[in-house]
Design a protein around this ligand. Structure first.
Ligand SMILES: Nc1nc2c(c(=O)[nH]1)N[C@H]1C(S)=C(S)[C@@H](COP(=O)(O)O)O[C@H]1N2
Ligand SMILES: [Mo]
Length: 183
């Protein structure tokens, strides 16, 4: 390459240096757009636990994966056998400070948990339905089916209610658990 000043390649380089702020701004935009696109393509599991609890929570996928795990083999709505893996919902409610065991009595017996999903679907449970001192049924918040992360249609998080014969409360895409007193 020629090193004589004023020839075409040198002028091009001086031009690039003068324009550097614009290149930095453009590069910044590309990085931000890529980050935003990734966020849209791969929804990260997260869950907000709010309402009448002493400790509202915002849990990431990693937070949920670190909780105690349970596996349930159930029959899905199409009649197929499926193994769901996740955390018992009671573990999440316990960390939010919801009253359980001997604490769940009297006026707290009307406490409910409303699970909200990303498509606007909502389902309701009595708090007692999650409590192992009331029932042996274990309702889970699943993040895996048959060893794989839940697909975009049903995940990242789905409630599995093994004792329900109809699947209306097996809410897909759960993003919120709201504790409310029904009276
Ligand atoms: N988010 C969300 N979850 C949902 C629904 C819904 O409309 N939105 N439908 C429910 C109903 S009525 C049934 S019968 C089951 C169907 O389960 P499937 O999606 O595995 O077939 O999902 C349940 N979970
Ligand atoms: Mo349904």
């Amino acid at each position: 390459m020629s090193i004589h000043s004023g020839d075409a390649p040198q002028r091009r380089i001086r031009g690039l240096l003068r324009a550097r702020p614009y290149f930095l701004a453009a590069a910044f935009c590309v990085v931000m757009a890529t980050t935003a696109a990734d966020a849209l393509a791969q929804p990260v599991a997260s869950l907000r636990v709010a309402g009448e609890v002493p400790t509202p929570l915002s849990l990431s996928a990693a937070d949920i994966a670190a909780l105690p795990r349970t596996t349930l083999t159930v029959t899905d709505d199409s009649g197929a056998k499926a193994t769901y893996e996740g955390t018992p919902v009671v573990e999440i409610l316990r960390r939010a400070g919801a009253p359980l065991g001997k604490e769940l009595r009297g006026p707290k017996m009307t406490l409910c948990v409303v699970a909200g999903a990303s498509d606007g679907y909502h389902v309701v449970f009595a708090l007692a339905e999650f409590d192992p001192s009331f029932t042996d049924q274990v309702i889970i918040l699943a993040d895996r089916r048959d060893g794989q992360p839940l697909n975009a249609r049903e995940g990242p998080l789905r409630i599995i209610v093994p004792g329900d014969k109809r699947h209306g409360r097996w809410a897909r895409g759960v993003t919120t658990l709201t504790v409310l007193n029904a009276r």
